[in-house]
Design a protein around this ligand. Structure first.
Ligand code: AMP
Length: 249
């Protein structure tokens, strides 16, 4: 069984992004970029499935600019066998990515597609769901445990009230939550090995997909600044302030 793992190149989670002065977006020039953390978890899970003998091949896919190759090399250093870059300089929105992934699903016929539950840059939480709809595949989102056997995946999902366990027949789409696993550190020998692994590049046109944005960003602004806190002398004053100033009780 092949496992396809889409990985997105995003601003590193340690970077504090700044909004551009013209409010058109955030400034990502000269900012450290890394693999979306949920996608690292997805690669780790796919590699573990391969190590258990459940998966036969792990294919990492990234859609975007040429530098996404670095993200794909990281995926291969974790243990993905090969990678595909769908290269474009166009701004990619979740629907466009889902259409590109659907074309690759048709071509590669994976038994499982494991995506991150959301990308930490746009926080969309849409691509996996859209892919499942376009490819007409069952989906299990926000997975904290995945067990694959007999052409089925048993997926434990993190939902508001606790945990829900679903069974989906394969092929299927799964999206990862934080607690699914702890990704391994990539070692230098594996980084070196990853340099030699196969990385194919295709264009959206080769997959017959129009990736033009369908949504227009009107404005991006900084969150409102938080006011300074105050120290209160006792509980009575705190309760008083919560009642009269904050008006929350
Ligand atoms: P989103 O719907 O944008 O929050 O992204 C959810 C997941 O879709 C990510 O965690 C990735 O697994 C995948 N994804 C989104 N954008 C891309 C991209 N440009 N290339 C590869 N995978 C992507």
């Amino acid at each position: 069984m092949k496992v396809l793992v889409p990985v997105k190149r995003v601003v590193d989670y340690n970077v504090k992004v700044r909004v551009k002065s013209d409010n058109t977006g955030v400034d990502i020039a000269n900012v450290k970029m890394s693999m979306n953390p949920f996608d690292e978890i997805a690669v780790e899970e796919a590699v573990r499935l391969k190590e258990k003998g459940v998966a036969t091949e792990v294919i990492a896919v990234s859609c975007g600019v040429q530098q996404c190759q670095e993200t794909l090399r990281t995926a291969m250093a974790i243990g993905a066998d090969r990678a595909i870059l769908v290269q474009t300089d166009e701004e990619l929105q979740p629907l466009a990515v889902a259409k590109l992934l659907k074309a690759l699903v048709d071509k590669e016929q994976p038994g499982l597609v494991i995506l991150g539950k959301q990308a930490i840059d746009d926080d969309c939480n849409q691509t996996g769901q859209m892919l499942a709809a376009l490819a007409d595949l069952p989906q299990a989102t926000f997975a904290s445990k995945v067990e694959v056997a007999d052409g089925k995946a048993k997926v434990t999902r993190e939902v508001d009230g606790g945990l829900e366990t679903l069974e989906v027949s394969l092929p299927a789409v799964v999206t990862t939550d934080l607690r699914l696993n702890e990704p391994r550190y990539v070692t230098l020998p594996n980084i070196m090995k990853a340099k030699k692994k196969q990385l194919d590049t295709v264009k959206p046109e080769d997959l017959g997909v129009d990736v033009k944005p369908r949504l227009k960003t009107l404005k991006v602004t900084e969150p409102a600044k938080r006011g300074a806190g105050v120290k209160v002398p006792d509980v009575a004053t705190l309760v008083q302030k919560l009642k009269t100033e904050a008006k929350v009780i």
